[in-house]
Design a protein around this ligand. Structure first.
Ligand code: GCW
Length: 615
């Protein structure tokens, strides 16, 4: 199972993986520091444990030289931070360092079969053929990478718990316990996704959360699970969403459903993470009144304050579904009395399948600027991992795993700094080349955005696959995903004159989105239906702006390909990156031509610069 190709993630420059005998965070920290400092030719600081510090650490001068003081996991984080600063040539931070979010979670959508839903890096690292099995060295290498950026919870299975034979979690308990043991020395706790209707598969005639037999079933289940894995972080639940069962079947609210489970696991210290991804996926496209982005708020905002303390409501960053550009979900502003987690997606489902480059830190930084980071209690990311030799398919896609950890530790972290750190840790490139790769990754999101769906229009992707253009692909479908382009105009009016979606935001934000002058340009077609000759602030028409962006986006990808060609990347990364870049170039051209042709046919307006648009 182990690949012969060297996987870099971003740590191997520091030294060998700690042996399995290092089975506590403190012993891993000690090993890493010794090996890493030896590799870097510098003396290792001493480790001083202060149990009260938990995940926090600080650097200080002790009597006999530099020291890292921290809690058990804090020492591990401090050791990695020390090594990272040494490799990156950064000054050590002063004062106590602690993570902004207590829960920094990775959600893996791995099925027991070994498939990964929306996985673009090969098969599952720990499931195959309905059983759990893994390569210990690879799992520990991953655990090390996660620890080095402070990710502390890993949900191992898909939120769509759909394998009938498989996700009887009790069948898996011995395996789960062994997997937990592999991650534990790295400060990573496991979590599992559960099926709300599980009691029915076990012979009960209901999964009604208010039925005492159901409550008892879940308590017994939790007892068995926590006996096997005493530090399991909790359960993750997708209910009443995309055909998953949930409390609605029994006429109960999501607070009733979530609290029932939360009470079963509370005695064990578990958290119940309840996803807020609820909408009608069987909408009639003729129905212009129902507006999918409004669904989560409508379901959850009235429940604010009704969830138990150990429930965390996990809300996707945008109101739709990880599209290239969405506004922050209004649900996140609307629940001050509920513990919230914001969910982002590292798997590039709608953003290039880990073929096209799309570095996400700039987006997360924008989120932090729009939604005060303290509004949420936790952050979760859908993983981009798999069994590929480099774990992330594209070797550069690791920047998003790395970047997510750094963002979860400090949501204000500067995206450029994160990307440069990752580049420097991963590759020893000469100065100019390091700048070039950093700049390319930093701009990659905007480039992707230019050649795909324009100005906050969503869902112009190939249905099902979600790679490549299909402007009408979701137009007459049941998913609530429409752009309503016709010969005169495009977009949906989501102001108070339209669907009223904007009114779900706090007043000041609503007013900004509704006002054409103040609405962020990149979200113009998310909030407004506009004619093709609408004048943009710079004087261009909307249609010309769409054409220009698409020509420019595809040109930028060609420029990226030239830059990449000139980088002295190590093998096999170089060949893999070049191979994928050729695919990205083809994809960008396809998007450019399909989108431009589509809008040209709709509007009949020619390109002002006479460039090639197909008829
Ligand atoms: O975007 C959709 C994906 C589904 C996914 C779902 C979700 C896990 O296409 O594959 O299911 O989101 O987030 O639950």
């Amino acid at each position: 199972m182990m690949s012969e190709k060297t996987c870099r993630l971003w740590l191997p420059r520091l030294g060998e993986l700690a042996p399995a005998a290092c089975d506590t965070p403190q012993s891993v920290a000690e090993y890493e520091l010794k090996a890493g400092c030896a590799a870097l030719g510098m003396p290792a600081p001493a480790l001083v444990e202060d149990a009260d510090m938990g995940e926090a650490y600080a650097f200080r001068e002790g009597g006999a030289g530099p020291e890292i003081v921290g809690g058990p996991t804090g020492l591990l984080y401090g050791a990695y931070a020390w090594l990272e600063a040494a490799v990156c040539g950064e000054a050590l931070p002063e004062g106590t360092q602690k993570p902004f979010y207590g829960l920094r979670m990775l959600n893996c959508w791995d099925d027991a079969s070994g498939d990964i839903e929306r996985g673009y890096s090969g098969r599952s690292l720990w499931f195959e053929g309905g059983r759990m099995a893994w390569d210990d060295g690879r799992v520990r290498q991953l655990a090390r990478a996660l620890a080095s950026v402070g990710i502390n919870v890993l949900c191992v299975n898909n939120v769509n718990v759909r394998d009938e034979a498989a996700l009887l979690i009790e069948d898996y308990l011995p395996d789960l316990a062994r997997l937990a043991a592999a991650f534990r020395p790295y400060g990573v706790k496991l979590m599992v996704s559960i099926d709300f209707a599980r009691p029915v598969a076990h012979g009960l005639d209901t999964a009604d959360p208010l039925d005492e037999r159901v409550q008892r079933w879940w308590r017994d289940c939790a007892d068995a699970v926590w006996q096997a894995v005493p530090d399991l972080a909790g359960f993750l639940v997708k209910a009443d969403s995309e055909h998953r069962p949930g409390p609605f079947t029994y006429g109960r609210s999501h607070a009733e459903g979530a609290n029932m489970l939360a009470r079963a696991i509370a005695p064990h210290g578990g958290v119940l993470v309840w996803r807020a991804f609820v909408y009608n996926c069987q909408q009639d496209w003729r129905d212009a009144k129902t507006d999918r982005p409004m669904a989560a708020y409508e379901t959850y905002a009235p429940l604010d304050g009704q969830f138990d303390d150990n429930v965390i409501l996990q809300v996707k960053n945008g109101p739709f579904d990880f599209q290239v550009r969405e506004p922050v979900s209004p649900t996140l502003y609307a629940m001050p009395n509920t513990r919230l987690a914001m969910e982002v997606q590292l798997a590039q489902e709608y953003t290039g399948h880990q073929i096209d480059l799309y570095a996400m830190n700039p987006m997360w930084r924008e989120l932090a600027d729009q939604l005060p980071p303290e509004t949420v209690d936790a952050v979760a990311a859908v993983g981009n991992l798999g069994r590929d030799w480099n774990y992330t398919g594209h070797p550069f896609a690791a920047v998003n795993l790395f970047g997510f950890g750094q963002y979860a530790w400090n949501p204000w972290v500067d995206p450029e700094r994160v990307i440069r750190r990752w580049v420097r840790l991963t590759y020893a490139l000469p100065g100019g080349q390091e700048d070039a790769l950093t700049a390319m990754l930093l701009a990659s999101r905007e480039t992707y955005e230019r050649y795909t769906a324009p100005l906050g229009l969503c869902w112009m992707v190939r249905p099902g696959l979600h790679y490549g253009p299909s402007p009408m692909g979701y137009e007459f479908d049941s998913w609530g995903t429409y752009n309503r382009a016709d010969r005169d105009a495009v977009g949906i009016d989501r102001t108070s004159k339209g669907t009223g979606y904007a009114a779900q935001y706090p007043e000041e934000i609503r007013a900004g989105f509704e006002d054409l002058e103040r609405c962020p340009e990149r979200l113009l077609l998310f909030f407004h239906r506009l004619p093709y000759d609408y004048k943009m602030p710079d004087g261009r028409t909307l249609i010309q702006r769409i054409y220009d962006d698409h020509f420019q986006g595809a040109e930028e990808v060609d420029a990226m390909a030239r830059t990449l060609e000139g980088l002295d990347l190590p093998q096999p990364d170089r060949d893999e990156a070049l191979r994928r870049m050729a695919m990205q170039q083809a994809n960008a051209r396809e998007w450019r031509d399909v989108i431009n042709t589509f809008f040209h046919r709709m509007s009949g307006v020619p390109d002002a610069h006479g460039r090639k648009i197909y008829d």
